[in-house]
Design a protein around this ligand. Structure first.
Ligand code: ADP
Length: 384
């Protein structure tokens, strides 16, 4: 018990030290770009400036502004992570294109430093069609590559990804200053930096890696570093490999069914995966989608968006269920098409849905072709 208390005390002290260091860094991190912005703005007032100098000052003000923005973005991310407000938004992404985009973005910067940058892609273009939160993945990679550039004076930075055991392994290896063994953990903690900031002279808040780690863990992966001080560092992180369903891919080329122009579809579904599935199928058609997470929201969103042409109503939702929501909506409109989606295959429930005012029903697991066919049929019926 005593040793547990001692450990807890040490941990609290460590976190307190990190916070104190962070506040000192924060002040430095804000003052440095502000110095650039205010200083060069002052110099710009000089009317005798040559065009060359003027352009240079403006560019330095922009760079300082960017640095400031990055810090603010990091602080916003950290507070969102602290309050559990980070949402993972998966979307269809071509990983090879994303990696090339990042490579091309950093190439000029790396060239300018005289360092070599390489990229090895571990999958064919087809296999690299995945479902992932593209924005967060880009943010993670950019952060780690930025660090690699920052801490490497000469040599090379090798960027690669590969697939193993249904996980994607991303590696960023540099020949920079490396990280002392005893700091390999702390750098992933909030405000944690390997060196005492005051002496390192490089910019940084110590937030980037802790943000990246939080994002990676939310996506179902892990991150670690292997390093030898003075010999460079190799960061590895993993995320699950979710290839785009080939059938959904094919669906994109289907043209037999065409939705009427600009149709708005309300999907009432409390299960995120089921919603995502419907959203993926419908994203191939010409429509706008609104997502309600329970019956109450379905009624509210329908009220607020009278242009909604069809509602895919899940019957079993927490709070107000689909049957009650349908009855409420029918009080407002008899015209909107309502397609019940039900996981129960008993006739009783289907009858209840029809009695409440649904026009038709579809049984889960939902067949893509049947869903689209039913939507087209209901929309035609509604318009005739
Ligand atoms: P920041 O770079 O803003 O300080 P990070 O959380 O991104 O914050 O990184 C934390 C610390 O980890 C850095 O300050 C640095 O000490 C160490 N670090 C990160 N990447 C590398 C690297 N490639 N080589 C050496 N040290 C690194």
């Amino acid at each position: 018990r005593t040793s547990a208390l001692v450990k807890a005390k040490e941990k609290a002290e460590e976190s307190d030290n990190l916070k104190t260091a962070f506040l000192a860094n924060l002040s430095h991190e804000i003052r440095t770009p502000m110095n650039g912005i205010l200083g060069f703005a002052e110099l710009l007032k000089n009317e005798d400036l040559t065009k060359g100098n003027k352009d240079k000052y403006v560019s330095l003000i922009e760079q300082s502004g960017d640095r400031m923005l990055r810090l603010i973005q990091d602080l916003v991310d950290i507070s969102k992570i602290e309050s559990n407000q980070i949402e993972i938004i998966p979307e269809k992404t071509n990983l090879n294109s994303l990696m090339e985009k990042i490579y091309n973005f950093f190439k000029p910067q790396v060239d300018a430093k005289g360092i070599k940058l390489t990229l090895i892609k571990g999958l064919s273009n087809n296999e690299s069609q995945i479902i992932v939160d593209k924005i967060k993945l880009e943010q993670i990679l950019s952060n780690i590559i930025n660090n690699a550039i920052k801490f490497t004076k000469e040599g090379r930075i090798d960027l690669s990804y590969s697939l193993s055991d249904k996980m994607l392994y991303f590696k960023i290896k540099d020949t920079g200053i490396g990280i002392p063994k005893q700091k390999e953990k702390i750098i992933f903690e909030r405000f944690g930096q390997a060196e005492n900031y005051k002496y390192s002279g490089t910019e940084g808040s110590g937030l980037g890696l802790s943000i990246s780690k939080a994002f990676i863990e939310l996506m179902g992966g892990d991150i670690w570093v292997e390093s030898e001080q003075g010999q460079g560092a190799e960061f590895t992180f993993t995320i699950p490999y979710n290839p785009v369903d080939k059938e959904i891919n094919k669906e994109q080329n289907r043209s037999e069914f065409v939705f009427p122009n600009d149709i708005t579809i309300l999907i009432a579904e409390d299960d995120e995966v089921s919603y995502f599935y419907l959203e993926r199928i419908l994203s191939n058609y010409n429509c706008k989608i609104i997502h309600a997470r329970n019956g109450l929201e379905a009624v509210q969103f329908f009220n607020e968006n009278p242009e909604i042409g069809i509602i895919l109503m899940d019957l079993k939702m927490t709070g107000m269920d689909g049957i009650s929501a349908t009855s409420e909506i029918r009080k407002i409109s008899t015209r909107v098409a309502i397609l019940a989606q039900t996981a129960y295959a008993s006739d009783g429930d289907q009858q209840k849905a029809l009695d409440a005012g649904c026009n038709d029903y579809i049984i889960k697991p939902i067949n893509k072709e049947l869903l689209v066919e039913k939507i087209v049929k209901l929309l035609r019926m509604r318009n005739s």
